[in-house]
Every structure is written in structure tokens, then in C-alpha cells.
Ligand binder design. Structure first.
Ligand SMILES: Cc1ncc(C[n+]2csc(CCOP(=O)(O)OP(=O)(O)O)c2C)c(N)n1
Ligand SMILES: [Mg+2]
Length: 381
């Protein structure tokens, strides 16, 4: 929680009651350094731009939501940008899955601002062709295997993806993002048990933002550090504050190296904070007075990286102005694209509900298509 914890696998000392378990279980320690090269000015600028892009695009999404141009649920990632962006900098070619607060993850993984915004608008140009909406961004091209609305339910899916990657010898890792609230789910824990048993290449990332809807951490959990969930099953773990994008890059990098090396999955807790309410309909009045202001002051990922860029990499006002202008142009373009993109054809409503038919070991060329009248007929019959 204080950023210094490095997990039970990295030597809590002989006094730890868990040390024997880990010794018996033979869990190797996480590496003390990732295989990533030191960050350069260009890379840090790129990560900063990515964080600014996520924030600005979501600010515009919030505006469109209040204008009723975006409908349904909409959960903003503002304040947590350094987690997805830092993690993206530490992995390439890996699978990602996230919960419903996933606009930032999709953008960090490579989905375009246009495809994200059009999906929020429910338009054909969206990553899920407008049929998914805010909670169900999916981008196969970038191996972003979805946002999921059922709390904790995608964790077993991610374990399955990691299993498949191992089975096929792909050398790829599945990274799965979820919240502190999800870490109380049965499905979550069951998935961890199997993932550890089969030593699948997965990194489970709990983004502990201290709230599950309006319920603060201390009222939903007896544990403060969600990575401790991994201890009972002998899984490697780590916990750290995720406001500094560079630190996230390095620490997720270590976990990814470990998982990719075949030693098994890793459970990470990354401490973060959301600046907005749970969803667009939540004014977040349950926060103690001054908490949000203090967090914005002390641990806003954008401010932390901006300071580092200025102080240690000689980035100037002019550099940052140019960066902001290019983000603004990209976001405005994304909104314009979403607004002119056509709404989906109702005839396609059920088209992607089922996967293509599997014939033998091959996959049939055509997905079965269902028209609404056909389904209605079946039901009445
Ligand atoms: C199985 C299930 N139970 C309850 C809900 C309602 N629900 C939606 S979000 C949420 C809170 C989850 O909090 P957390 O996992 O901390 O994620 P965060 O919203 O903070 O990112 C709840 C209870 C749900 N979607 N699915
Ligand atoms: Mg939470």
C-alpha cells in the first residue's frame, strides 16, 4: 500500500508465517528488475500523450453523455490512466481483458480514439460495431479481448485465454484488469486457483481505487492489500502505488517477465484512485471532504509525469502545448467521426451473439445469422 511492499515472494523474512508455505510451494521470487530498457525521453513523452488522450477523450465523452448523445452506462477511467498506459509500455503482443471501466485500457492497447468514441456513441464505426457500447469495447486486431460488465466474471475467461496461450505455445501472456470490488468474487478466486495449478501465463491486475460503487474499501474488505488473495494458493504477487507511469511500466514488466518465463501467474495490486463517480450517474457524494482534492493534488498521474518530463528530460512549455494541441485534434476528430457514423442496422442485432459454427477442428466460414422476426417466430412456436 505504501509502494514499498514487494510481495510475499520477495522475502518477507523468516518471521513471516507465510514463508514456509511459499518455500514448500516452490514459488520463485519475482525478478527484482524487468527486462525493459531504461525509459527514454521519447518513450515517456509518448506515454504522457497517451494518458492525456485518455483523459481528454473521456472528458468529451462525459460532455456527450450529458447531451444524451451517449446512452447507457458509462464509467470513466480519469485518475487511473497511469495503470493501463504503464502496463501497455511493458508488454507487447499480449492479450488484455478488462472490466467495464475499460476505455483507457483499449486506448492504451492500441484501439483508435475514433473506434472507442464511436462505440460509446453506439455507432457502426465503433470497435464492436456499435453493438457493445461503453462496457463492451472489443478489438481483436489489438488483442483487446473485451470489456465486461459482470463484476469478476472475466477473470476466469482470462485464465482460459492464458491456458490457451500456453497450450498453443504462443509465448504470450494474458493480462486481466479488475477492481477491488471484484477481488471478493467467487469466480475471481476460483480462476486464480486453477491458473496457479496449471501455471498459466497470466497477470491478474487489481486496480484498487478504494471504492466499489459507493462503498469504500474499509467497508467491503477485511484486507487492505488485495494481492494477499494470492498467498493462500502460493501465487507470486506484488503491490505498489500506480500513479507514476514509469513505476507501473517497470513493476508490471517484472510480472510479465515472470509469467512469460513459464513460472506461473502473478497477482498484482496497483493502488490508484478514480477522480469521477462510479459511473456518469454517480455524483460521488460519499467521499470524505477533501479526499478528492488531496488526491488530485498529490497523485494525479498526469501531473506527476509532466513534472518529471520538465525537470529531468528538459521538456518545455512549447513541447507540451504542441502535444496538447495534437491530442485535442485527435479527440475532436474522434467525436466528429462518431457523430457521422451510422447507427447499427437492427437486422444485425443478433448477428454476433454466437460464434461461427465449429466443424470438426475447423471453423465454419459463416457465422450463423439470426433475424429478429426469425427469433420471434421460434419463440412463439
Ligand atoms: C456480479 C455483479 N455484481 C454486482 C454488480 C454491480 N456492480 C457494478 S460495478 C460494481 C462495483 C465494482 O467495483 P470495483 O471492482 O472496485 O471496480 P471499479 O468500479 O472501482 O473500477 C458493482 C457492485 C455487477 N455488475 N456484477
Ligand atoms: Mg474499485
Amino acid at each position: 500500500m505504501d509502494g514499498s511492499s514487494n510481495g510475499a515472494t520477495q522475502g518477507q523474512g523468516a518471521a513471516s508465517p507465510h514463508a514456509a508455505v511459499h518455500t514448500q510451494g516452490g514459488v520463485p521470487p519475482l525478478p527484482t528488475q524487468s527486462s525493459l530498457p531504461p525509459i527514454t525521453r521519447d518513450e515517456l513523452l509518448r506515454l504522457y500523450r497517451q494518458m492525456v488522450l485518455i483523459r481528454r477523450l473521456e472528458e468529451l465523452a462525459a460532455k456527450a453523455y450529458t447531451q444524451r448523445k451517449i446512452l447507457g452506462f458509462c464509467h470513466l477511467y480519469i485518475g487511473q490512466e497511469s495503470v493501463a498506459v504503464g502496463a501497455a509500455a511493458s508488454t507487447a503482443g499480449d492479450y488484455w481483458m478488462a472490466a467495464y471501466r475499460e476505455h483507457g485500457h483499449a486506448l492504451a492497447k492500441g484501439t483508435s480514439a475514433r473506434a472507442v468514441m464511436a462505440e460509446l456513441y453506439g455507432r457502426q464505426g465503433g470497435s464492436s460495431r456499435g453493438l457493445g457500447g461503453s462496457m463492451h469495447i472489443f478489438d481483436r486486431e489489438h488483442d483487446f479481448l473485451g470489456g465486461y460488465g459482470i463484476v469478476g466474471a472475466h477473470v476466469p475467461l482470462a485464465a482460459g485465454v492464458a491456458f490457451a496461450a500456453k497450450y498453443r505455445g504462443e509465448g504470450r501472456v494474458a493480462l486481466c484488469y479488475f477492481g477491488d470490488g471484484a477481488a471478493h468474487q467467487g469466480a475471481f478466486f476460483e480462476a486464480l486457483c486453477l491458473a496457479q495449478l496449471y501455471k498459466v501465463p497470466a497477470v491478474f491486475i487489481c486496480e484498487n481505487n478504494f471504492y466499489a460503487m459507493g462503498t469504500p474499501l474499509h467497508r467491503q474488505s477485511a484486507l487492505a492489500d488485495m494481492s494477499l488473495r494470492a498467498e493462500g494458493i502460493g501465487m507470486a504477487r506484488d503491490s505498489f502505488e500506480g500513479f507514476d507511469v514509469e513505476l507501473v511500466r517497470e513493476r508490471v514488466g517484472r510480472a510479465v517477465d515472470f509469467a512469460r518465463s513459464g513460472q506461473g501467474p502473478v497477482m498484482l495490486e496497483i493502488v490508484t484512485y478514480r477522480h469521477r463517480g462510479h459511473s456518469m450517474s454517480d455524483p460521488a457524494k460519499y467521499r470524505p471532504a477533501g479526499e478528492l482534492e488531496q488526491r488530485k493534488q498529490e497523485s494525479d498521474p498526469l501531473k506527476i509525469t509532466e513534472r518529471r518530463l520538465r525537470e529531468d528530460f528538459g521538456v518545455t512549455d512549447a513541447d507540451l502545448d504542441a502535444l496538447t494541441a495534437s491530442v485535442e485534434a485527435e479527440c475532436e476528430d474522434a467525436v466528429a467521426f462518431a457523430e457521422q457514423s451510422p447507427v447499427p442496422d437492427p437486422a444485425d442485432l443478433y448477428r454476433y451473439t454466437y460464434a461461427p459454427q465449429v466443424t470438426g477442428m475447423g471453423v465454419g466460414a459463416e457465422a450463423p445469422t439470426f433475424t429478429i422476426p426469425a427469433l420471434r417466430d421460434q419463440k412463439e412456436g
